[in-house]
Ligand binder design. Structure first.
Ligand code: CA
Length: 153
């Protein structure tokens, strides 16, 4: 599979020489949620497996970068019918340095939408996940704390 062709842009001619292109069209199986294509994989997995799941379909764990994006993503999760107590892994980890949340590509996260009282797992919980209404830190590798996967292209 050629991952570089996975993003679709939809373009309209706006003048003789100009095109207006927007990232509006998602491939089959993906949904447009807050300006990017996302896909929920329902099975319960650990965070490293979730990451690999997304890479296998040419994406990455969904990154939530604003309160508006968080709201849109949570509405999407709800619409997918996972149920309010079923969570999804999203991008974000403080494994390298406790309390410093980084994206998968090593950038410091500028928006972190943890629910009040979170994060509360210290060094035992270094991966970010969210429910329909909440955002938690969670243990990345424990099979009994496994969740669904939210990918983004
Ligand atoms: Ca931690």
């Amino acid at each position: 599979m050629l991952c570089k062709y996975r993003k679709y842009y939809s373009c309209a001619q706006t003048g003789t020489y100009s095109l207006l292109c927007s990232y509006q069209t998602c491939l089959s199986g993906w949904s447009l949620v807050h300006f990017s294509c996302r896909r929920l994989i329902p099975g319960s997995v650990t965070q490293p497996t979730a990451k690999a799941n997304c890479q296998a379909i040419c994406g990455h764990l969904a990154l939530v970068s604003s309160s508006g994006e968080l709201a849109a993503v949570q509405t999407f999760i709800k619409s997918e019918g996972l149920g309010s107590r079923k969570g999804v892994w999203v991008d974000g980890s403080d494994a390298a340095q406790e309390g410093v949340w980084l994206t998968s590509d090593g950038k410091v996260m500028t928006y972190i939408g943890f629910t009040r009282g979170q994060p509360n797992g210290g060094k035992n919980a270094n991966c970010m996940m969210l429910f329909e209404m909440e955002v938690w830190d969670e243990n990345c590798n424990r099979v009994d704390y496994s969740y669904a996967t939210l990918c983004e292209l």
